[in-house]
Design a protein around this ligand. Structure first.
Ligand code: FUC
Length: 783
């Protein structure tokens, strides 16, 4: 069974639902990104992907560059970077923290309590890397190549079909290129055509900046190599095979390129793979390539669209009447930022683009989207293109449940499953504790050790946060088999915290130590600064949530009564979900320290507000007020993921206007690519989000944020339009949106009031719902 088919299997469960979504009236605003010029930079190219293979064509006229990716292509290797002496320093580190000597504790952490080797800077750790770049030199057979006139240029990405195209006219010839990362045969395909015979002429080559060889074999272009594992240089192997099938004309080889002359159309097939979990990957490449070539392009394309739409068309959204879809997307982005109320269709496009990106960058049986999703154009991808565990990888998953792409949460569960064994070694080595822990970064090789610097690397929250993410899939799907399958992961994580928490003698609370509040630093009373502390608020919130989830899970599954009582008992001593500082904010640390950077990008201490539901305006009004104050001091700028997070916070605080302001901040046009930690997030012309540089969490966080403005279901009932801004009130409708408890909803609104709604579930059942300010219990309809 091919992995692609595997992706589609779980959908049969939702069959009736899909039929409903497919019958809906087409959206008036076409869901397309489109441009009138070729991409001038990578951040303008359009991302295609089938959950494994990615492709970003720039639509160049004379020369076209197409960046290729494979989600599994990583350097590095599994390693053991645990310092097995670390736990010897633990008592002293804890003692120093309890004595308020955090800076001394931090020195000791830096000395004895970090990973061995170079951590995230080491070759062992590895890096997600670009696969290669196709280069197509087009020949229009003009006597004056220098200044030909190309008219009617258009480059677009159709989100309804996962299809990109480039078209233009030269004299009386209409050229068209189509690109797809096939959801049928797991290859990338490019179709080049002209509406007059013999007009398609080009030379095709492929390159990669290092560790690669390209050659021609049987009129087929190949790129292959082996990445560095940091041990003996013999790391991951990869192969790309590019086959050209011309209609008319000739195909020949010249050096390391393929040359096509006088064709009327051409199909270029790109089949790639790596030996990650697949020793016979060459066979799979061959199978995919043969299968794709043996089909007509029409059939391949139809299957591709159908398979993609099985996921994409489960949800439709419309806001307002007049979108500005007639503007090229880069101009539309700029216009939206200026006059956001005038184009309610643009956030819809951005939302659906987020769903498109989820479907394109992950699939069941493979890896979750990394820091750049699937798309990277460098060898040294920023932050190794890895999985950061102090918000980024979790944020990538936030839109998938609510936006009806539930199974796309499963790859994360599998990545986390793979972290349990190495995480158990880390738990023992550093904390002499049971269970498993992961700190702040991981890779495809199961890295769980602390990072190489205490200031950011010592966070204890990574594994707990991941487990709470895994819980979400259960909360939405109520799938007990899934719960059973993830229970050992959650239980192992809870066991770690249960074993490793220490008692703060001052308060009697059980807290993590040493840990950090992600990447932030504070002033000690002696004027010195430190990051290391005990019980930062985020850890307390995560532990509270995890223990509660494991208690519920063990009850639901009838497992581990003893451990359940232990957790119940310990939960009583976990610090409250939030405490209010002298100046009315949520305290970030256990003591009311002053932060060195009040506008720090991370807002970790509001974890309890989102994604958790420990702080809500209804159940904890004082904490909700303190959360508002926290956000006001933090400010609205930051890397795009941070802006998106604040959008989610304001949605949970049910302030639609402020949430909308954050959305407008997020959708700020930018072309900046230099790393900026503090500010300057925004959106590139291709609608991918900027840290800067490109980092995909801003897209996913923004998508989740838009959903959170329209529906919430974390506080025991479903609420429609909890944070709708003025600009969206006039009218709108959503079909196929999901809520916790395994519900699917359709609803419509006018003038800010819900005018129609229906709640669907597998069987009719009682459900609590808040509509137009009224909470009522209704019976759901069956799917
Ligand atoms: C984080 C952030 C940085 C960046 C990096 C990948 O933890 O603090 O801004 O997003 O991860």
């Amino acid at each position: 069974m091919s992995t692609i088919k595997y992706l589609i299997l779980p959908l049969t469960i939702l069959a009736s639902h899909i039929v409903m979504a497919q019958n809906q009236t087409p959206l008036p605003d076409p869901l397309k990104l489109w441009y009138q010029e070729p991409a001038a930079r990578w951040e303008e190219t359009l991302p295609l992907g089938n959950g494994r293979l990615g492709m970003m064509p720039d639509g160049g006229i004379n020369q076209e560059k197409i960046v290729l990716n494979d989600i599994t292509l990583w350097s590095g290797a599994a390693q053991d970077a645990n310092n097995y002496e670390a736990s010897k320093s633990l008592p002293q580190i804890r003692k120093l923290i309890l004595e308020g000597k955090n800076e001394e504790a931090q020195d000791l952490v830096n000395k004895n309590f970090i990973c061995t080797g170079k951590g995230s800077g080491g070759i062992n750790y590895g890096c997600y890397q670009v696969l290669g770049e196709l280069l197509i030199d087009y020949d229009y057979q003009l006597s004056d190549q220098a200044k030909p006139f190309f008219g009617k240029y258009k480059r677009e990405l159709d989100l309804e079909q996962a299809l990109a195209s480039t078209s233009f006219q030269l004299k009386d010839v209409q050229y068209k290129r189509e690109y797809l990362s096939s959801f049928d045969d797991d290859v990338c395909i490019i179709r080049l055509s002209a509406d007059k015979a013999a007009k398609v002429n080009f030379t095709l080559g492929i390159s990669r900046p290092e560790r690669s060889a390209s050659n021609i074999k049987n009129k087929e272009l190949q790129l292959s190599g082996q990445l560095d594992n940091g041990i003996d240089g013999k790391g991951m192997r990869y192969l790309s095979r590019i086959k050209i099938v011309p209609q008319g004309g000739t195909l020949s080889a010249k050096g390391n390129t393929l040359v096509v002359k006088n064709a009327s159309s051409v199909l270029i097939y790109i089949a790639s793979g790596t030996d990650y979990n697949d020793p016979v990957f060459e066979n799979h490449i061959n199978k995919n390539l043969t299968a794709a070539i043996s089909k007509s392009y029409t059939v391949e394309k139809q299957n591709h669209i159908r398979n993609y739409r099985n996921l994409f068309s489960r949800l439709s959204l419309k806001i307002g009447e007049n979108g500005k879809a007639n503007l090229p997307t880069d101009q539309r982005l700029a216009a939206f930022h200026q006059q956001p109320a005038a184009d309610p269709g643009f956030p819809v496009l951005f939302f659906q683009f987020g769903r498109y990106l989820s479907i394109s960058s992950t699939r069941v049986g493979l890896l979750p989207p990394n820091l750049q999703g699937l798309w990277a154009n460098q060898i040294q991808t920023p932050w190794n293109g890895d999985y950061h565990l102090d918000v980024n990888i979790q944020m990538n998953q936030w839109p998938v449940e609510v936006s009806n792409l539930s199974e796309l949460n499963l790859p994360l569960a599998e990545l986390v499953r793979g972290m349990v064994k190495p995480g158990e070694r880390t738990a023992k080595a550093y904390y002499n504790a049971e269970g498993w822990i992961a700190h702040v970064i991981t890779n495809i090789w199961g890295f769980t050790e602390p990072g190489e610097s205490a200031s950011w690397g010592a966070s204890n929250a990574g594994s707990g946060w991941l487990c709470n993410n895994l819980w979400d899939h259960y909360a939405f799907s109520m799938d007990k088999n899934y719960l059973k399958s993830i229970y050992p992961i959650l239980e192992g994580s809870a066991r770690f915290y249960s074993d490793a928490l220490i008692k703060d003698p001052e308060t009697g609370w059980l807290v993590t130590a040493p840990s950090v509040s992600p990447e932030n630093t504070f002033y000690l009373p002696n004027g010195k600064t430190a990051s290391i502390s005990m019980g930062p608020t985020i850890d307390n919130q995560i532990v509270r949530e995890l223990f509660t989830n494991v208690i519920t899970a063990s009850e639901t599954l009838g497992l581990d009564p003893e451990f359940r009582s232990t957790l119940r008992e310990k939960l009583k001593s976990v610090p409250p979900p939030g405490r209010i500082s002298k100046d009315g904010r949520i305290m970030e640390w256990i003591k009311d320290y002053k932060e060195t950077e009040p506008q720090h990008r991370h807002v970790s201490h509001l974890y309890g507000l989102y994604p958790a539901s420990l702080i809500t305006p209804e159940s904890t009004p004082e904490l909700a007020e303190a959360a508002k104050k926290t956000l006001d001091v933090r400010g609205d700028d930051g890397p795009s993921w941070s802006i998106a997070y604040k959008l989610l916070f304001w949605s949970r605080l049910q302030d639609g206007q402020r949430a909308f302001k954050l959305l407008v901040e997020l959708l700020k046009p930018t072309i900046k690519t230099d790393i900026n930690y503090g500010a300057g997030g925004g959106i590139y012309p291709n609608l991918l989000s900027a840290g800067p540089p490109f980092q995909i969490d801003g897209n996913f966080g923004g998508t989740a944020g838009i959903a959170e403005m329209l529906i919430q279901s974390h506080h025991g009932y479903i609420e429609l339009l909890p944070a709708i801004p003025e600009a969206w009130k006039a009218s709108g409708n959503i079909k196929g949106v999901r809520a916790r408890g395994n519900y699917t909803l359709d609803f419509e609104w006018k003038n800010g009031q819900v005018t129609r709604y229906r709640v669907l579930s597998a069987k009719p059942q009682q459900v609590k719902i808040k509509v137009n300010g009224q909470i009522k219990t209704i019976t759901s309809s069956s799917l």
